[in-house]
Design a protein around this ligand. Structure first.
Ligand code: QAP
Ligand code: CO
Length: 167
């Protein structure tokens, strides 16, 4: 079982901008596999390294029904954004809260995979939304940044309270 702590909003470390990855080392591959394990266990459909306090540009996603299409994206870069879709988003770093967010419905991106190879891909619908959400984490951005201040503050208060109860 991968033992990695997930940072929760409003932890300021979630606001760190992640740096590009130069080499896909064994250590990094191990991190990708640990992140996938955490995501599947949660269960979730996406996780960014930022959420486990590693501020490097890597995310994992799997929006498939059978949870058998893991995607590891290293240094992901979106070149094309088209259309609009509104989705109720959640986040492992904002547990228990879901809010509607508008994003591009179709994207084209380039990234490096788990084997260290460059590739291009297209995504639409939930996969496109999830990739945009995860790349936001690498910029220190959270889905709650897109909702009203009133809603965000309410979520912040409730989470801070739950963190105090846990401590
Ligand atoms: C991002 O988020 C996402 O609150 C991935 O108690 C989510 O996997 C993009 C999760 C939805 C688009 C739509 C959230 C697990 C998982 C929770 C997740 C929770 C347990 C969130
Ligand atoms: Co998230």
């Amino acid at each position: 079982m991968a033992l990695l702590n997930i940072l929760e909003f409003p932890d300021s470390r979630l606001r760190t901008k992640a740096t590009p990855i130069k080499n896909v080392t064994g250590k990094l591959i191990k991190l990708a596999d640990d992140m996938l394990e955490i995501m599947y266990t949660a269960p979730g459909i996406g996780l960014a390294a930022s959420q486990v306090n590693v501020h490097k540009r890597m995310v994992v996603v799997d929006v498939s029904e059978d949870k058998n299409q893991p995607l590891v994206l290293i240094n992901p870069s979106i070149g094309v954004l088209e259309g609009e879709i509104e989705t109720a988003e959640g986040c492992l770093s904002v547990p228990g809260f879901y809010e509607l967010v508008k994003r591009a419905e179709y994207i084209e991106l380039e990234a490096i995979n788990r084997d260290g190879e460059c590739f291009s891909m297209q995504a639409r619908g939930l996969l496109a939304v999830c990739i945009q959400h995860e790349i936001d984490h690498l910029e220190g951005k959270l889905f709650v940044d897109y909702i009203s201040t009133v809603k965000r503050q309410l979520i912040r208060r409730k989470l801070v309270k739950s963190h105090k109860l846990k401590a």
